[in-house]
Design a protein around this ligand. Structure first.
Ligand code: SAM
Ligand code: SF4
Length: 385
């Protein structure tokens, strides 16, 4: 893993379209039945990259991430043109990590070579489950075999790849999850994102759940599944480096580390968020979410920003805790002190130590323990209070 203090600058690019909306998902993703005018989006992405670079010039880009939505619906030429725009306005580091999120269908896998030629060197595949009945229940458009075929193609084409699975699914038995996870580790090799299913407000799953027609594992069962996940992954050489992310040492996603370590990043595209250091201030930015409204804003103002505010010292320090404590490496309390202008409350830390929720490493970092992770929100709330 790169050292936590090494400077990093990330560029996040949001592609907001999907072929269909999965019933559990509340990401900024939209289904459009008419063709997307990709050339028009490329112009808008390039304009927003130029406007952002004018505010934070001279950066060296260490990571680029195409997220969604479904970026694997973009034509490779669209990806190439956006990457060219990034390189025109900032210096791109020689070892830059360029990730693209892909849905694992055969149509999308057919574009992988084009993405590689465009400069993408890592894909993150939304496999979600290796079980056809579960995939159907999640509303996915691919089978397990199709996903595995896409993984095999990704393995041949990209230097690095990862895939996502959702667990703690309705009715999921621990022994089935253990077998599925082992199979996933065989296939994934270096990196896996393992998310517990969450019921997000205003999704079809939330409505079914409220009506009693969708039952997810209760807290004890979810905890068992979580513990099993940690054991299986650690035993197979993919320990958690973040609450939901597992990697062989050295194979961590450098882009997501930018967020969790509190580094600077630009957010480009509909609904994207950014954190920019302007003068001595850190600014939080957020773009208009609706794709067509974002396009219209960029075309008239040169950017799609709807939020652009400096963070107070307190907000910045809270964010540092909230993000940094997700990582197994934890945080440097001295950095918190520098941001907050006060140290963390020693009595609260002592109590959390006694409860086994946090520990201090030999080099003085504060981190959440494996048993503290399932109650991370409460730990952060306690420390930030
Ligand atoms: C925004 S999606 C983008 C990837 C791609 N569109 C796909 O679905 O394969 C990122 C990941 O978030 C996870 N995710 C989305 N909604 C979730 C939920 N309600 N509970 C758990 N994981 C979720 C899924 O694993 C998904 O792969
Ligand atoms: S999970 Fe992925 S494919 Fe499904 S709606 Fe969300 S972003 Fe789109």
């Amino acid at each position: 893993m790169t050292p936590a203090t090494e400077p990093a600058f990330g560029v996040y690019l949001h592609w907001p379209f999907c072929l269909s909306k999965c019933p559990y998902c509340d990401f900024n993703s939209h289904v459009r039945h008419a063709a997307i005018d990709e050339a028009r989006y490329v112009r808008a992405f390039a304009a927003e990259i130029a406007a952002t670079a004018a505010r934070v010039p001279g950066r060296t880009v260490s990571t680029i991430f195409f997220g969604g939505g479904t970026p694997s619906l973009m034509q490779p030429a669209t990806v190439a043109a956006i990457l060219d725009a990034v390189a025109r306005h900032w210096t791109v580091a020689p070892g830059v990590e360029v990730t693209l999120e892909a849905n694992p269908t055969s149509v999308e896998a057919a574009r992988f070579r084009g993405y590689r030629a465009a400069g993408v060197n890592r894909v993150s595949l939304g496999v979600q489950a290796l079980d056809d009945a579960a995939l159907k229940a999640l509303g996915r458009l691919h089978t397990a075999q199709e996903a595995l075929d896409a993984v095999a193609i990704a393995r041949k084409i990209f230097e690095r790849f990862s895939f996502d699975l959702i667990y703690a699914r309705p009715g999921q038995a621990p022994q089935d999850w253990s077998a599925e996870l082992s199979r996933a580790i065989d296939e994934a090799a270096e990196h896996l994102s393992l998310y517990q299913l969450t019921i997000e407000a205003d999704t079809p799953f939330a409505a079914l759940h409220a009506a009693g027609r969708l039952t997810v594992p209760d807290d004890d069962r979810a905890r068992d599944l979580y513990d099993m996940t940690q054991e299986v992954c650690a035993a197979r050489g993919l320990p958690a480096y973040e609450i939901s992310n597992h990697a062989r040492p050295g194979a961590e996603c450098r882009h997501n580390l930018v967020y969790w370590r509190g580094h600077e990043y630009a957010g480009i595209g509909p609904g994207a968020h950014g954190r920019l250091d302007i003068g001595a201030q850190r600014c939080a930015t957020a773009n208009e979410k609706r794709p067509e409204a974002w396009l219209a804003r960029v075309e008239s103002n040169g950017h799609g920003l709807v939020v652009d505010e400096p963070l107070t010292a307190e907000e910045r320090a809270d964010e540092f805790l909230l993000m940094g404590l997700r990582l197994a490496e934890g945080i440097d309390p001295a950095r918190y002190e520098a941001l907050a202008g006060k140290s963390l409350d020693a009595a609260r830390i002592a109590l959390l130590h006694a409860e086994g929720a946090v520990e201090t490493t030999p080099d003085g970092r504060l981190r959440v323990t494996l048993s503290g992770f399932p109650v991370l929100d409460a730990v952060v709330a306690d420390l930030a209070a």
